[in-house]
Design a protein around this ligand. Structure first.
Ligand code: CP
Ligand code: NVA
Length: 320
């Protein structure tokens, strides 16, 4: 059974295939076509934290593919009424895929360990792979090739930047994390990527000029992630010099474009002026969550024999 807990769960050709399917289903949609590739298939959304983009983009994406989804909040009694084993085994009798947003990454790992239904990580404290797929799709739309381009992430080594660094390594992009050293990724994530992708170029720095000078994209995220609220006061002070504002943008080339996974705390990590500037891609990026995840769902359906390649090909989708 295939799961997507992190981008390490995909081979390179599989990662490229998901993005390629995503690009093509997006084009079909924009051309007015919504083929029912997954009729009557159902996704369960198991969320421990709030969400707009992840929840709604999976729900609408699934609908557009002819399937359905169920949002499962705390009232289903997950982690309280019965054992995780009983819970996920029973859920897998009803739904074809589970998207889980959990506080701890170990929770999605535990769900996947029962191997009874494909588990998709919809954000944990460690990674946010669905966000990274949409980020890549967004950047791919801006250039004929993103290989060799640079994304500078201004902020901390968190779930979003960790998955972004991984996607950059996979796509041949340079990745720079710009922020206070105390918030660098120190869990070995970058070293693991360097060991896995021979030519990757991933660096962390406090040097604003060095990080911004060659940025083709600049990306930021909230300084205080969900679950870190008790650190918020300290983080406000620690990140004060790393706000994405007009002065920081001045250090980047003129063509540099702005990304943010959203939700944003306007006036903290990013100013209105930057988030609303003409080179901001944030709304397109959020929209691409749905297209990227449709690519992922279709790829997972192919892996599990719930969709035939011929079905996609008859709609004009080329499979790599
Ligand atoms: N970017 C993102 O995951 O947004 P939500 O928290 O609204 O799902
Ligand atoms: N780093 C943020 C991302 C939200 C999409 C968080 O975990 O809250």
């Amino acid at each position: 059974m295939r799961h997507l807990l992190s981008l390490f769960d995909l081979q390179q050709d599989e990662y490229e295939s998901i993005l390629s399917i995503a690009v093509q289903v997006k084009k079909l949609l924009l051309d007015g076509s919504r083929p029912s590739f997954l009729p009557r298939q159902v996704t369960g959304l198991l969320f421990e934290k709030p969400s707009l983009r992840t929840r709604v983009s999976f729900e609408t994406g699934m609908s557009q593919l002819g399937g359905a989804s169920l949002f499962l909040g705390q009232e289903v009694g997950w982690q309280s009424r019965e054992s995780t084993a009983d819970f996920i085994r029973v859920l897998s009798e009803y739904v074809d895929y589970v998207v889980c947003r959990s506080k701890l990454h170990t929770t999605v790992e535990e769900l996947a360990s029962f191997n009874c239904v494909p588990i998709i990580n919809g954000l944990t404290d460690h990674t946010h792979p669905c966000q990274a797929l949409a980020d890549m799709l967004t950047m791919m739309e801006q250039h004929e090739s993103i290989r060799g381009k640079q994304v500078t992430f201004v902020g901390d080594g968190n779930n979003v930047s960790r998955s972004l660094a991984h996607a950059c390594a996979r796509s041949g992009m340079r990745f720079r994390l710009l922020g206070p050293e105390a918030y660098f990724m120190v869990d070995g994530s970058l070293e693991k990527l360097e060991a896995s992708y021979a030519d990757c170029d991933l660096q962390q720095t406090e040097d604003r000029e060095a990080a911004m000078a060659e940025a083709d994209f600049v990306y930021t995220d909230v300084w205080t992630s969900m679950g870190q609220e008790n650190e918020s006061e300290r983080r406000l002070k620690d990140f004060a010099d790393y706000q994405l504002n007009a002065a920081l943008m001045q250090l980047a080339p003129d063509h540099c474009q702005v990304l943010h996974c959203l939700p944003a705390k306007r006036g903290e990590e990013i100013t209105d002026e930057v988030i609303d500037c003409p080179s901001s891609l944030i709304v397109r990026q959020a929209g691409n969550r749905m297209h990227a995840q449709k690519g992922l769902l279709l790829w997972l359906a192919l892996q599990h024999g719930r969709l035939t390649p011929g079905c996609l090909e008859s709609a004009g989708i080329e499979l790599r």
